[in-house]
Design a protein around this ligand. Sequence first.
Ligand code: MN
Length: 265
Amino acid sequence: MRTLVVGDLHLLGSTVLPLVTAKLSDLAVDQVVLVGDYFDQWSETGNSELYQRELVFLTDWVTALRAQGTPVVCLLGNHDVPYLTGSLSHYSSADPVVGRKISAGLFQLGCQLALKSDGYLLSHAGFVDTEAPEPWYFAPLSREHLSDLNRLEHNVGFSRGGLARWGSLLWADFDTELSGYFNPDYPRQIVGHTPVPQLTRECAGGTIIDVDTFSLFSNHRPIGNGDLLLLVEGRVQTISTDFIQALAIKQAQGDLFPPSSQNWF
Ligand SMILES: [Mn+2]
């Protein structure tokens, strides 16, 4: 199995996903995994048109790939779950139309919490200490699990501003929680959630890899280099992309996050 893993998107799908498309045939990819956090971006919370445009781009992109026979697994991140549960965060879009459309879109995509592939456990933020996946994490989310999902979304550790001892698989911080205290039953994990300059690997008794290379600083400059991860029969390869150039071109054209024509916030 050849699995291409894509980090957090945060309303950058229309910039990032074409770069992913360009790699698929050369790399003979069998399966694509998106690690979640499709929505929310610094200073764009009120840009409802951006949210809706990126939602359509994401669902169209995933639907087209699946129709062509390439499975796409869409994991859920802490920035996605509030739109499903209705328990919005300070960083969520407060527009009820946006929220309703995102919720419908995430259900349509069949988003799930975790995936096992080639000996690795993939999730948005990872499994710390005794946190372990339950069977429903591996299936497309159904409405009966929304209260469980809400509980996981509110399980935030100290280092991310919460009161829990550890963050859940939606919140575990890579540096302070996951890399040092991963669940020893799952020593091979791939996650997003914590922005990194490049694919980051911790090997203190395990192989814990962070793929969150598309996240931006609050001034919309890139933190990461836009690398992707290719998992081939249990081995990991780094796949570089033109993310930095693509981002710079869109920024120069004022086309990265075009302002909403009805931006009341
Ligand atoms: Mn994120």
